[in-house]
Write a protein that binds this ligand. Structure first.
Ligand code: ADP
Ligand code: MG
Ligand code: MG
Ligand code: MG
Ligand code: MG
Length: 441
């Protein structure tokens, strides 16, 4: 590791870096960072940097507030939108407490721990998240919900300004080591999607965090606000973060079996069985805001029912047509407000549970579930995703596989957040209520 450090220091020097940001995320998946001058780089890379974690969301336990930031050298990247004289680079860090112990409330640790469980079974877990977002106008320094374009799905040049911003985001992400596969205008006005190539779940979770703050920083330069809020406007499509997942062993995709039913292996089927079995609990982390549940409604391509399919996009899990190395299960409920570390860890734990316990999924449904009657759904064993954050949290607390994966520290943090969010929302008088009741009663 002495070699890694000296190699890293040479690179920092050659890149003319002046500031280094040490980055990590809180339980909500909000990136936090401490900036250090480049002179501190060696100390950061060898000993780490201590900071006070007591005011970070979900970390609050005063008695263990001192926390050590340990930069992961693999996450080094220059921030391309920052000034090029006095350049800024970042590292994503692991959090430790005294004696080099990993901090249990660090979402990155939760994912690493779960990936290590998979590795014991010989598996590595790949994820490919599709991030959707809206670009809105800024007015007087504040974000609005005013569109910047009226384009629609796959439109060309909906509006020069928005097209240019999306291009700039793609260029910045490429500079930061993303392999961009596609970018396009989404279904709703002012809505966009940028897809990057799947890889190891830890790497992609890091990339989701980077993606969001890069998009925000670049949009702001053009006077726009990039938002990952799942349903900023009622009545039109919301933003999701469909996450494609697959397991490989010795570099080979193990979901593919040319002789299996639908050319899927038993492992793939059990993974899907496990993911469906734990889907209601996972919703708490995959859909972590009050607003998330305004997206999970019928009529907008977002999932509502717990089911799987090889064809239709109304199912919670879709197996796309591609086989061979591209064989994968697309989990369609997550939205981009989720903490990707916690979400990927929960998905993996659910899949592994399915594999260990040979959980058979119900029959796949290849028709639009929204067109079925309640009885038809019941006969096929199709249940519903939770309808609110509160309900999702209850489902989480009832699921020992997912709570064990997240650990006590994270689960109690999520409990506190659920209560606070639920109470605050319950006490607010919504414009809908005024419109509905003020005149009538
Ligand atoms: P959709 O058809 O749902 O719009 P996209 O083409 O936008 O899907 O995104 C597909 C995602 O799946 C990409 O991020 C891609 O890299 C990823 N992907 C492809 N193969 C695999 C695989 N074997 N495991 C996990 N993700 C994969
Ligand atoms: Mg897509
Ligand atoms: Mg696509
Ligand atoms: Mg999309
Ligand atoms: Mg998709």
């Amino acid at each position: 590791s002495g070699d890694v450090v000296s190699g890293m220091l040479e690179r920092i020097d050659a890149d003319l870096i002046k500031f280094i940001r040490l980055q990590f995320t809180d339980i909500l998946g909000i990136p936090k960072n401490v900036a250090i001058p480049v002179e501190q780089a060696e100390k950061a890379l060898t000993e780490g940097i201590w900071f006070d974690g007591s005011s970070i969301e979900g970390f609050t336990r005063i008695e263990e507030s001192d926390m050590l930031l340990k930069p992961d050298p693999a996450t080094y990247a220059i921030l391309p939108w920052r000034p090029q004289d006095g350049r800024v680079a970042r590292f994503i860090c692991d959090l430790q407490t005294y004696g080099g112990k990993p901090f249990e409330g660090d979402p990155r640790y939760v994912l690493k721990k779960t990936l290590a469980e998979a590795a014991k079974m010989g598996f590595s877990f790949n994820t490919g998240p599709e991030l959707e977002f809206f670009l809105f106008q800024m007015q007087n320094g504040r974000p609005t919900t005013e569109f910047v374009d009226r384009g629609a799905y796959f439109d060309l040049a909906p509006n020069d300004a928005a097209e240019d911003v999306r291009r700039e985001i793609v260029l910045a992400l490429s500079d930061m080591g993303f392999e961009i596969e596609a970018s396009h205008h989404e279904v709703a006005e002012s809505q966009h999607e940028i897809d990057f190539k799947y890889s190891d779940a830890l790497d992609t979770a890091d990339k989701v965090i980077t993606f969001k703050f890069a998009a925000k920083a670049i949009a702001l330069k053009s006077g726009m606000h990039a938002t990952f809020m799942p349903k900023p406007i009622g009545g039109i499509n919301g933003s999701g973060m469909h996450t494609h997942g697959s397991l490989s062993k010795d570099g080979k995709n193990i979901f593919f079996d040319p002789n299996g039913d639908k050319q899927l292996s038993d492992t793939a089927r059990y993974y899907i069985g496990g993911l469906l079995h734990h889907a209601r609990a996972i919703t708490r982390v995959a859909n972590p805001t009050i607003n998330s549940y305004k997206r999970l409604v019928p009529g907008y391509e977002a999932p509502v029912y717990v089911s799987w399919s090889t064809a239709n996009r109304s199912a919670l899990i879709r197996v796309p047509a591609a086989r061979g190395n591209s064989t994968r299960a697309e989990f369609r409920s997550p939205d981009p407000t989720c903490n990707p570390y916690l979400t990927f860890a929960s998905m993996l734990a659910a899949g592994l549970d399915g594999i260990k316990n040979k959980i058979e999924p119900p029959e796949s449904t290849d028709v639009n579930i929204f067109h079925m009657t309640a009885t038809e759904r019941k006969n096929l064993g199709i249940t519903m995703l939770p309808g609110s954050l509160y309900e999702a949290h209850e489902a989480l607390l009832a699921d020992p596989v997912i709570t064990n994966t997240l650990g006590n520290h994270v689960v109690s943090g999520l409990s506190a957040i659920t209560t606070a969010e639920h109470d605050s929302f319950r006490m607010a008088v919504h414009p809908w209520e005024i419109e509905r009741y003020l005149n009538t009663f």
